[in-house]
Each structure stands twice: as C-alpha cells, then as structure tokens.
Design a protein around this ligand. Structure first.
Ligand code: HEC
Length: 273
C-alpha cells in the first residue's frame, strides 16, 4: 500500500512572521529545481544549513505490512522535551477528537547528522529519539524494535526543515506470538508548523466497512464496531493477520475473494477498532 499526503505548512503555528512569504518563495524554488530532476529539492545538505522552507509538510507511507489509517493532519513542535512530528487524524491541533497515528520524537539537543544511518533497534548508531505507532488509539502495544532512520536535512530549531525516511520493524505485543511488521515512510516538515493534509485522504477503515459487513460480519466480531460473533474470533487489532488469510484475487479463508485494496482496508478496519 502506498499513500501520499501533504499539507499546508503555513497555518500560523510558526512564530516567524515571514513564514508565508518564505514558504511561497520556497515553493517557487522547488518548482524550478524540479525541472532539473531534483524531485524533492536539490540541496539536501548538512546540519542546520538547510533552512529552505518545505513547500508543504508531508508524510508518505511507502510500505505498510501492518495496516495504519491515513492521516488528515500533520504538525511538529519543539520544546524542552525535544522535537515531535505528529501524524494524526484531526481537523486542528485543538480538535477534541485528535487521534495520533504515529510520532517521530527527537531528543532535546540531539546531534543528528545527515551522513548517518541511525538504528531503531539494537546495534549500530542508536537514533536519539523514538518512533511511535498509535494508529488512532490512546495507547497500543506496538513497539518499534528495529529498522533504520536517515535524515537528508536536519535542524533543531523552530523554522528548520527536517527531511528523511525510515523503515521500521514493529512488534505487535497484542498478539502473544509477537509478530513483527515493516512500516516504511518518508517525511519532510518544518519544525513548529502544522496544518491539515491538502485534499484529505478518505479513511481506509470506512472504506472497508461494506466488505466487512458483506463477507466477515456473519461470523466475526470487531471491537466496538461489531459486537456480535458467531463462532469466529474477535478481529480487533488483528489486521496484521488478514494477509495470512487472503491473497489478492484468489479465493482465501472461507472461500472469500478479496482485492489487494480490500485486504489493506480490512487490515486498517481491524486495527483501528
Ligand atoms: C463462515 C465464517 C467466517 C467468515 C465468513 C469469515 N471468517 Fe475469519 N475466521 C472464522 C473462523 C472459524 C476462524 C478461526 C479459525 C481460523 O483461524 O480459520 C477465523 C479466523 C480468522 C482470522 C484469524 C484470527 C485469529 O485470532 O487467529 C482472521 C484474521 C480472519 N478470520 C479474518 C476474516 C476476514 C477479514 C473475513 C472477511 C473477509 C473473515 N475472516 C470471514 C470464520 C469466518
């Protein structure tokens, strides 16, 4: 599954009065640079030298074996607790229904270099921070146990641009077997900015509801979404197990045939209930 999202980085979270003009200039520069094949910008450089504003904060999931919901709101903050980049389902930072999907936390004063591949598990240069996956829940038993994170831009102050990518191995401790899954994503944000994802993506959990009702509900229960089961296990937080039951386009578990998109969406529906 690949989903791309981006957002406006100029919603007033910044304390820098020139942010809007700066972002517009940055956009123009990136568009020009794009002609030369630069893609995401031409000059990923060293620490604190990359203050060119992002055209839009973005978070791009390139691979997700587990089943995360899509984000509608991206924000980052810096305080004496460090830098936090939040990927969320929300309409604003004050949304009473604000739900965090994932977080990248960087420890206060961390000295991060763009030449280093940081380890998210044991061994190698440890990432001076944490990667959390909540998937809309107040807490989860998903733990980041391995993988790597790298940065192509880094700055530790409000207004600095941070870009990079990670490939994380997460362990699901909801399941006694403690299965692991890989989640990979790219990120690009300006510290201290936030805003809604432009053209907000549709919820994958909502997309899966009709197929769940038609093909699974007669036997299974699913958290608060479906309280009644008839002889089959509860599927809440078991999205990671759905691909073991189905291959796209082939009759699988209980003779049901699902498309790749249906399998991915069902994973998210299970994991978010
Ligand atoms: C006719 C009844 C029936 C239908 C329909 C059905 N299941 Fe199941 N499912 C079961 C039973 C019984 C089990 C437990 C035995 C097994 O693992 O096969 C199960 C197990 C599972 C498991 C493993 C859960 C665990 O705790 O090990 C998953 C995941 C699952 N089903 C997903 C689905 C999905 C998704 C659908 C709809 C696309 C679906 N099932 C449709 C009866 C059904």
């Amino acid at each position: 599954m690949k989903s791309e999202i981006s957002m406006n980085s100029t919603n007033g979270q910044s304390s820098r009065p020139s942010r809007i003009a700066g972002a517009a200039l940055g956009l123009a520069l990136i568009l020009i640079a794009g002609c030369g094949g630069g893609g995401g910008g031409t000059n990923p450089t060293g620490i604190n030298t990359s203050n060119d504003p992002a055209a839009a904060n973005s978070y791009t999931v390139t691979s997700d074996q587990y089943g995360l919901e899509r984000a509608t709101y991206l924000s980052s903050s810096v305080s004496n607790l460090g830098i936090v980049f939040r990927v969320a389902i929300a309409t604003s930072l004050n949304d009473p229904d604000y739900k965090t999907i994932s977080r990248i936390d960087v420890a206060p004063g961390a000295s991060i270099t763009t030449q280093t591949t940081y380890s998210l598990g044991n061994g190698g240069a440890p990432f001076p921070g944490s990667l959390y996956f909540l998937n809309g829940h107040p807490s989860t038993l998903l733990r980041t146990v391995g993988g790597t994170i790298t940065f192509s831009r880094y700055g530790g102050n409000s207004g600095d641009r941070i870009s990079g990518s990670y490939s994380a191995i997460i362990e699901d401790d909801n399941d006694p077997a403690k299965p692991t899954y890989t989640i990979a994503a790219g990120f690009d944000f300006v510290v201290g900015s936030g805003g809604a994802v432009l053209s907000a993506p549709a919820s994958l959990a909502l997309a899966a509801q009709p197929v769940y009702q038609a093909q699974c509900a007669s036997c299974h229960s699913l958290g608060s979404y479906d309280a009644t089961a008839s002889g089959a296990p509860e599927l809440a937080l078991k999205g990671g197990e759905v691909p073991a039951k189905y291959s796209a386009g082939q009759p699988g578990h209980e003779g049901v045939t699902l498309s790749a998109a249906e399998i991915s969406a069902l994973q998210v529906l299970c994991n978010t209930n």
